[in-house]
Write a protein that binds this ligand. Structure first.
Ligand code: ADP
Ligand code: MG
Length: 274
Protein backbone atom coordinates (compact mmCIF):
# COMPACT_ATOMS: atom_id res chain seq x y z
CA UNK A 1 0.00 0.00 0.00
CA UNK A 2 1.04 3.60 -0.69
CA UNK A 3 -0.05 5.76 2.24
CA UNK A 4 0.40 9.52 2.57
CA UNK A 5 -0.46 10.75 6.06
CA UNK A 6 -0.94 14.54 6.13
CA UNK A 7 2.00 15.19 3.87
CA UNK A 8 3.22 18.68 3.11
CA UNK A 9 6.02 18.77 0.57
CA UNK A 10 7.62 20.79 -2.16
CA UNK A 11 10.83 22.63 -2.78
CA UNK A 12 13.09 25.25 -1.24
CA UNK A 13 12.62 28.89 -2.30
CA UNK A 14 15.70 30.91 -3.37
CA UNK A 15 15.78 32.58 0.07
CA UNK A 16 16.05 29.13 1.71
CA UNK A 17 12.51 28.96 3.07
CA UNK A 18 10.33 25.90 2.38
CA UNK A 19 8.04 26.27 -0.64
CA UNK A 20 5.18 23.80 -0.07
CA UNK A 21 3.45 22.52 -3.22
CA UNK A 22 1.35 19.71 -1.72
CA UNK A 23 -0.45 20.76 1.43
CA UNK A 24 -1.56 18.41 4.17
CA UNK A 25 -2.30 15.69 1.63
CA UNK A 26 -3.58 12.28 2.72
CA UNK A 27 -3.96 9.41 0.26
CA UNK A 28 -4.18 5.64 0.29
CA UNK A 29 -3.54 3.47 -2.77
CA UNK A 30 -4.03 -0.25 -2.20
CA UNK A 31 -2.10 -3.03 -3.89
CA UNK A 32 -3.51 -3.92 -7.29
CA UNK A 33 -5.16 -0.55 -7.96
CA UNK A 34 -4.73 1.21 -11.30
CA UNK A 35 -4.92 4.94 -10.58
CA UNK A 36 -5.01 7.84 -13.04
CA UNK A 37 -3.82 11.26 -11.88
CA UNK A 38 -4.96 14.37 -13.73
CA UNK A 39 -4.70 18.11 -13.09
CA UNK A 40 -3.58 21.30 -14.78
CA UNK A 41 0.11 22.05 -15.34
CA UNK A 42 1.72 22.94 -12.05
CA UNK A 43 -0.99 21.29 -9.94
CA UNK A 44 1.62 19.08 -8.25
CA UNK A 45 1.32 15.75 -10.10
CA UNK A 46 5.04 15.23 -10.65
CA UNK A 47 5.81 16.38 -7.12
CA UNK A 48 3.37 13.75 -5.80
CA UNK A 49 5.00 11.04 -7.95
CA UNK A 50 8.52 12.04 -6.88
CA UNK A 51 7.43 11.68 -3.27
CA UNK A 52 6.14 8.16 -3.95
CA UNK A 53 9.58 6.91 -4.90
CA UNK A 54 11.71 8.98 -2.56
CA UNK A 55 13.14 11.39 -5.16
CA UNK A 56 12.01 14.15 -2.81
CA UNK A 57 11.05 13.89 0.85
CA UNK A 58 8.20 15.45 2.87
CA UNK A 59 8.51 18.69 4.82
CA UNK A 60 5.99 17.25 7.28
CA UNK A 61 3.82 14.14 7.54
CA UNK A 62 4.69 10.53 6.77
CA UNK A 63 4.82 8.54 3.52
CA UNK A 64 4.61 4.75 3.81
CA UNK A 65 5.33 2.33 0.99
CA UNK A 66 4.27 -0.97 2.53
CA UNK A 67 6.38 -1.19 5.69
CA UNK A 68 8.88 1.47 4.61
CA UNK A 69 8.33 4.95 6.02
CA UNK A 70 9.81 8.30 4.97
CA UNK A 71 9.33 11.49 7.00
CA UNK A 72 11.05 14.87 7.28
CA UNK A 73 13.40 13.47 9.93
CA UNK A 74 13.86 9.92 8.73
CA UNK A 75 15.23 9.22 5.24
CA UNK A 76 16.75 5.84 6.07
CA UNK A 77 14.25 3.86 3.96
CA UNK A 78 14.68 5.80 0.73
CA UNK A 79 16.64 3.07 -1.07
CA UNK A 80 14.11 0.42 -0.06
CA UNK A 81 11.33 2.65 -1.39
CA UNK A 82 13.13 3.23 -4.70
CA UNK A 83 13.46 -0.50 -5.17
CA UNK A 84 9.77 -0.97 -4.65
CA UNK A 85 8.52 1.96 -6.74
CA UNK A 86 9.60 2.19 -10.39
CA UNK A 87 9.14 5.43 -12.27
CA UNK A 88 8.86 6.12 -16.00
CA UNK A 89 9.20 9.80 -16.87
CA UNK A 90 7.63 11.90 -19.60
CA UNK A 91 10.89 12.32 -21.42
CA UNK A 92 12.93 9.10 -21.70
CA UNK A 93 16.05 11.19 -22.37
CA UNK A 94 15.99 12.11 -18.69
CA UNK A 95 16.36 8.55 -17.48
CA UNK A 96 18.61 6.89 -20.05
CA UNK A 97 22.19 6.81 -18.77
CA UNK A 98 24.04 3.98 -20.55
CA UNK A 99 25.95 3.68 -23.82
CA UNK A 100 24.11 0.64 -25.20
CA UNK A 101 20.53 -0.60 -25.04
CA UNK A 102 21.62 -3.84 -23.37
CA UNK A 103 23.60 -2.02 -20.69
CA UNK A 104 20.75 0.36 -20.05
CA UNK A 105 18.45 -2.55 -19.19
CA UNK A 106 21.15 -4.17 -17.04
CA UNK A 107 21.99 -0.92 -15.23
CA UNK A 108 19.27 -1.03 -12.56
CA UNK A 109 19.82 -4.76 -11.96
CA UNK A 110 23.53 -4.14 -11.34
CA UNK A 111 22.61 -1.48 -8.81
CA UNK A 112 20.33 -3.96 -7.08
CA UNK A 113 23.20 -6.46 -6.88
CA UNK A 114 21.37 -9.17 -8.86
CA UNK A 115 23.67 -12.19 -9.49
CA UNK A 116 25.25 -12.19 -12.97
CA UNK A 117 23.47 -15.23 -14.40
CA UNK A 118 20.07 -14.06 -13.32
CA UNK A 119 20.84 -10.60 -14.67
CA UNK A 120 21.72 -11.97 -18.11
CA UNK A 121 18.50 -13.97 -18.21
CA UNK A 122 16.36 -11.03 -17.15
CA UNK A 123 17.98 -8.67 -19.67
CA UNK A 124 17.43 -11.25 -22.45
CA UNK A 125 13.82 -11.64 -21.48
CA UNK A 126 13.29 -7.91 -21.40
CA UNK A 127 14.95 -7.33 -24.81
CA UNK A 128 12.55 -9.88 -26.21
CA UNK A 129 9.45 -8.59 -24.43
CA UNK A 130 10.01 -5.06 -25.70
CA UNK A 131 11.23 -6.08 -29.13
CA UNK A 132 14.61 -4.46 -28.62
CA UNK A 133 16.94 -7.42 -29.47
CA UNK A 134 18.04 -5.96 -32.76
CA UNK A 135 19.16 -2.77 -31.03
CA UNK A 136 20.98 -4.42 -28.13
CA UNK A 137 24.44 -3.13 -29.05
CA UNK A 138 23.27 0.25 -30.28
CA UNK A 139 23.52 3.52 -28.46
CA UNK A 140 20.16 4.59 -26.99
CA UNK A 141 20.79 7.99 -28.59
CA UNK A 142 20.27 6.35 -32.01
CA UNK A 143 16.75 5.13 -31.18
CA UNK A 144 13.55 6.87 -32.23
CA UNK A 145 11.35 8.56 -29.61
CA UNK A 146 9.00 5.58 -29.35
CA UNK A 147 11.90 3.12 -29.05
CA UNK A 148 13.54 5.24 -26.36
CA UNK A 149 10.31 5.23 -24.42
CA UNK A 150 10.11 1.43 -24.80
CA UNK A 151 13.66 1.14 -23.52
CA UNK A 152 12.86 3.39 -20.55
CA UNK A 153 9.85 1.23 -19.66
CA UNK A 154 11.87 -1.98 -20.15
CA UNK A 155 14.64 -0.70 -17.85
CA UNK A 156 12.15 -0.01 -15.08
CA UNK A 157 10.05 -3.17 -15.50
CA UNK A 158 13.08 -5.49 -15.54
CA UNK A 159 13.64 -4.55 -11.88
CA UNK A 160 10.19 -5.94 -11.13
CA UNK A 161 8.92 -3.09 -8.94
CA UNK A 162 5.68 -3.71 -7.03
CA UNK A 163 4.50 -0.15 -7.76
CA UNK A 164 4.81 1.41 -11.19
CA UNK A 165 4.49 5.10 -11.82
CA UNK A 166 4.11 6.55 -15.31
CA UNK A 167 4.48 10.34 -15.33
CA UNK A 168 2.92 11.48 -18.61
CA UNK A 169 4.79 8.84 -20.60
CA UNK A 170 2.39 9.05 -23.55
CA UNK A 171 2.56 12.80 -24.10
CA UNK A 172 5.41 12.59 -26.62
CA UNK A 173 4.27 9.40 -28.35
CA UNK A 174 2.35 8.99 -31.59
CA UNK A 175 -0.99 7.19 -31.53
CA UNK A 176 0.44 3.75 -32.24
CA UNK A 177 3.10 3.87 -29.52
CA UNK A 178 0.68 5.43 -27.08
CA UNK A 179 -1.72 2.58 -27.67
CA UNK A 180 1.05 0.01 -27.16
CA UNK A 181 2.07 1.55 -23.85
CA UNK A 182 -1.52 1.71 -22.61
CA UNK A 183 -2.03 -1.91 -23.59
CA UNK A 184 1.07 -2.80 -21.60
CA UNK A 185 -0.29 -0.96 -18.55
CA UNK A 186 -3.59 -2.76 -18.89
CA UNK A 187 -1.94 -6.17 -19.22
CA UNK A 188 0.24 -5.51 -16.17
CA UNK A 189 -2.84 -4.56 -14.21
CA UNK A 190 -4.67 -7.69 -15.33
CA UNK A 191 -1.71 -10.04 -14.85
CA UNK A 192 -3.09 -12.65 -12.48
CA UNK A 193 0.31 -14.20 -11.73
CA UNK A 194 1.77 -11.00 -10.30
CA UNK A 195 0.05 -8.07 -8.56
CA UNK A 196 1.10 -4.73 -10.03
CA UNK A 197 -0.06 -1.40 -8.68
CA UNK A 198 -0.06 1.27 -11.38
CA UNK A 199 -0.29 5.04 -11.37
CA UNK A 200 -0.60 6.83 -14.70
CA UNK A 201 -0.32 10.62 -14.84
CA UNK A 202 -1.91 11.88 -18.03
CA UNK A 203 -3.48 14.81 -19.83
CA UNK A 204 -5.66 12.52 -21.94
CA UNK A 205 -8.99 11.84 -20.17
CA UNK A 206 -9.70 8.77 -22.34
CA UNK A 207 -6.74 7.01 -20.72
CA UNK A 208 -8.45 7.18 -17.34
CA UNK A 209 -11.17 4.83 -18.60
CA UNK A 210 -8.81 1.85 -18.52
CA UNK A 211 -7.98 2.55 -14.87
CA UNK A 212 -10.05 1.92 -11.77
CA UNK A 213 -9.72 5.29 -10.02
CA UNK A 214 -9.25 8.92 -11.03
CA UNK A 215 -7.60 11.42 -8.73
CA UNK A 216 -7.67 15.10 -9.69
CA UNK A 217 -5.14 17.53 -8.26
CA UNK A 218 -5.64 21.28 -8.11
CA UNK A 219 -3.12 23.63 -6.55
CA UNK A 220 -1.55 20.84 -4.54
CA UNK A 221 -4.76 19.36 -3.17
CA UNK A 222 -6.88 16.36 -4.11
CA UNK A 223 -10.18 17.80 -5.32
CA UNK A 224 -11.79 14.68 -6.77
CA UNK A 225 -11.17 10.97 -6.15
CA UNK A 226 -13.66 8.56 -7.73
CA UNK A 227 -14.02 5.78 -10.30
CA UNK A 228 -13.39 7.47 -13.69
CA UNK A 229 -16.93 6.89 -15.01
CA UNK A 230 -18.37 8.65 -11.96
CA UNK A 231 -15.80 11.43 -11.91
CA UNK A 232 -16.34 12.33 -15.57
CA UNK A 233 -20.06 12.93 -14.96
CA UNK A 234 -19.07 16.00 -12.93
CA UNK A 235 -18.46 18.03 -16.06
CA UNK A 236 -18.77 21.52 -14.56
CA UNK A 237 -16.60 20.72 -11.55
CA UNK A 238 -13.87 19.19 -13.74
CA UNK A 239 -13.84 22.18 -16.06
CA UNK A 240 -12.94 24.36 -13.08
CA UNK A 241 -9.80 22.28 -12.74
CA UNK A 242 -8.94 22.48 -16.43
CA UNK A 243 -10.18 19.00 -17.36
CA UNK A 244 -12.60 18.25 -20.19
CA UNK A 245 -14.15 14.77 -19.85
CA UNK A 246 -14.25 12.41 -22.85
CA UNK A 247 -16.81 13.44 -25.48
CA UNK A 248 -19.38 10.76 -24.52
CA UNK A 249 -19.75 12.31 -21.08
CA UNK A 250 -20.36 15.75 -22.60
CA UNK A 251 -22.96 14.31 -24.98
CA UNK A 252 -24.61 12.44 -22.10
CA UNK A 253 -24.84 15.63 -20.04
CA UNK A 254 -26.29 17.57 -22.97
CA UNK A 255 -28.88 14.87 -23.67
CA UNK A 256 -29.99 14.56 -20.06
CA UNK A 257 -30.40 18.32 -19.83
CA UNK A 258 -32.42 18.57 -23.03
CA UNK A 259 -34.62 15.53 -22.80
CA UNK A 260 -36.47 13.72 -20.03
CA UNK A 261 -35.55 10.26 -21.10
CA UNK A 262 -32.18 9.44 -22.51
CA UNK A 263 -30.15 6.45 -23.32
CA UNK A 264 -27.84 5.19 -20.57
CA UNK A 265 -24.26 6.38 -20.35
CA UNK A 266 -23.03 2.86 -21.04
CA UNK A 267 -24.86 2.86 -24.38
CA UNK A 268 -23.02 6.01 -25.37
CA UNK A 269 -19.56 4.98 -24.22
CA UNK A 270 -17.24 4.15 -27.07
CA UNK A 271 -14.85 1.25 -26.63
CA UNK A 272 -11.70 2.50 -24.84
CA UNK A 273 -9.18 3.98 -27.24
CA UNK A 274 -6.76 1.14 -26.76
N1 ADP B 1 12.67 21.86 -8.55
C1 ADP B 1 11.70 22.76 -8.28
N2 ADP B 1 11.98 23.88 -7.55
C2 ADP B 1 11.00 24.77 -7.26
N3 ADP B 1 9.72 24.65 -7.66
C3 ADP B 1 9.40 23.58 -8.40
C4 ADP B 1 10.37 22.57 -8.74
N4 ADP B 1 9.74 21.60 -9.47
C5 ADP B 1 8.46 22.02 -9.57
N5 ADP B 1 8.24 23.18 -8.93
C6 ADP B 1 6.95 23.90 -8.81
O1 ADP B 1 6.01 23.03 -8.18
C7 ADP B 1 4.71 23.22 -8.73
C8 ADP B 1 4.16 21.86 -9.11
O2 ADP B 1 4.99 21.31 -10.12
P1 ADP B 1 4.78 19.84 -10.66
O3 ADP B 1 4.64 18.91 -9.52
O4 ADP B 1 5.87 19.59 -11.64
O5 ADP B 1 3.38 19.98 -11.41
P2 ADP B 1 2.72 19.10 -12.57
O6 ADP B 1 3.50 17.85 -12.72
O7 ADP B 1 1.31 18.89 -12.10
O8 ADP B 1 2.75 19.97 -13.79
C9 ADP B 1 4.87 24.19 -9.89
O9 ADP B 1 4.44 25.45 -9.46
C10 ADP B 1 6.34 24.17 -10.17
O10 ADP B 1 6.77 25.43 -10.66
MG1 MG C 1 4.48 16.92 -14.33
Amino acid sequence: MIFFDQVTAGYIAPDGSPLPILKDLSLKIEKGEFVTIMGANGSGKTTLMRLCNGLITPQSGIISIDEHKISANDHSEIMAVRRRVGMVFQNPENQIVSTTVEREIAFGLENLGIPHEEMVARVENSLQQFDLQKYRHRSPAMLSGGEKQRLAVASVLVMDPAYLIFDEPTSLLDVQHRRALLQLMQSLHQDSSHVHTLINVTQFPQEALISTRLIVLHEGRIVLDAPPKEAFLQVDLLQKFGIVPPIEFLVFKELTERYDQVTSLDDLLLPPII
